[in-house]
Design a protein around this ligand. Structure first.
Ligand SMILES: [Zn+2]
Ligand SMILES: [Zn+2]
Length: 350
């Protein structure tokens, strides 16, 4: 009962994780959209730190074997029964989070904390394959955005959700630890939100240079932290930890201005611990805040890119075919200079 053109292939090459540390590229059936679903022909799909945690076997939501890939863009090529709004040929991305809509957290608007959260590319097959099925309700059109940009909407949507919680005030000073893809999205989104000056810290000179070109007012290595006083002599109203390294969080607290916020954005291992002085939080009126994933913030991320406030294409450092699945994951895990690594599928990869 699906409106599926006969031209679609029946099998496809997918990058799969069979268990912790075990990747393969294998032929799997092209999925069929069920009622309310659409089939998306994937053009680009980006590797995220979450994928590396899944590969390591330390991401609690993941179930093996599975096809990861939750940051993607492509074209709608088949519609399941009852699909009302999506159209064949539409250029789209999707919110990978599929909250149940029924649990107490969903009912109070905290869908990202859903008790029964399904996630495309985590709990069900994702977009490291030429085709992926998602419910129509999470599909978001990207208009004329490139597919490379469309596959960076989801990470930017994580930043937007964080900004809804953290609340930058006009004229704030912000410090970001980590100038990877997320750090570079944060820098731009913080400036678009009213931060007067944004500083960033990273080990890799190439990442610092890119951060400067995207608007960072100061980009330094951890050996050059004394220069932070030039940007914010009284400390930073907002300090963002975007590395996932516990010791970086421990050091981040020292840079917060009294009354400021320390934002835990990077993904640490589930059992990692950090030492933070409760007295410092108390004495300086500091807020310590974490933000998780996306919460109905994908359309805002599309708008930020379409409006020119956030430039995402320079963040893509590698474009690989899916046959280089293991190589892409290896680069993502071990190359400290790489930025966003995307897999490209078919001819639609512009
Ligand atoms: Zn991600
Ligand atoms: Zn729920």
């Amino acid at each position: 009962m699906t409106d599926q053109p006969p031209t679609l292939p029946t099998s496809m090459r997918a990058g799969r994780i069979l268990g912790p540390g075990h990747t393969v590229v294998v032929d799997v059936p092209v999925p069929t959209p069920g009622p309310g679903d659409v089939l998306i022909e994937v053009a680009r799909a980006g590797i995220c730190g979450t994928d590396l945690h899944i590969l390591d076997g330390d991401y609690e939501l993941a179930r093996f074997p599975m096809t990861p890939g939750h940051e993607f863009a492509g074209v709608v090529v088949a519609l399941g029964e009852g699909v009302r709004r999506s159209a064949l040929g539409q250029r789209v991305t999707a919110d990978p989070n599929l909250p149940c809509g029924l649990c107490p957290e969903c009912q109070r608007g905290r869908a990202n904390q859903c008790h029964d959260l399904a996630v495309v590319g985590v709990t069900r097959d994702g977009a490291f394959a030429p085709y992926v099925v998602v419910p129509e309700r999470v599909v978001v059109p990207i208009g004329e955005l490139s597919f490379a940009a469309g596959a960076l909407v989801e990470p930017l949507a994580c930043v937007v959700w964080g900004l809804e919680r953290v609340r930058v005030r006009a004229g704030d000073h912000a410090l970001v630890f980590g100038a990877g893809p997320m750090g570079c999205l944060l820098i731009q989104a913080l400036k678009a939100s009213g931060a007067a000056r944004v500083a960033v810290v990273d080990l890799a000179p190439s990442r610092l240079a890119l951060a400067r070109s995207l608007g960072a007012d100061l980009a330094v290595t951890p050996d050059e932290l004394a220069a932070l006083a030039d940007v914010a002599p009284l400390g930073f109203e907002l300090v963002v930890e975007a590395t996932g390294v516990p010791s970086v969080l421990e050091g981040a607290v020292e840079h917060a201005r009294p009354g400021g916020t320390v934002w835990v954005f990077g993904v640490a291992a589930g059992d990692a611990m950090a030492r933070i002085s409760p007295y410092t939080l108390f004495r300086r009126d500091l807020a310590l805040m974490g933000t998780f994933a996306v919460n109905q913030t994908v359309p805002q991320a599309v708008a930020l890119i379409q409006g020119g406030a956030v430039d995402v294409e320079p963040l893509v450092s590698h474009v690989l075919p899916i046959d280089a699945f293991a190589e892409g994951l290896r680069l993502a895990a071990h190359d400290p200079t790489r930025m966003k690594i995307q897999f490209s599928f078919g001819d639609a990869s512009s």
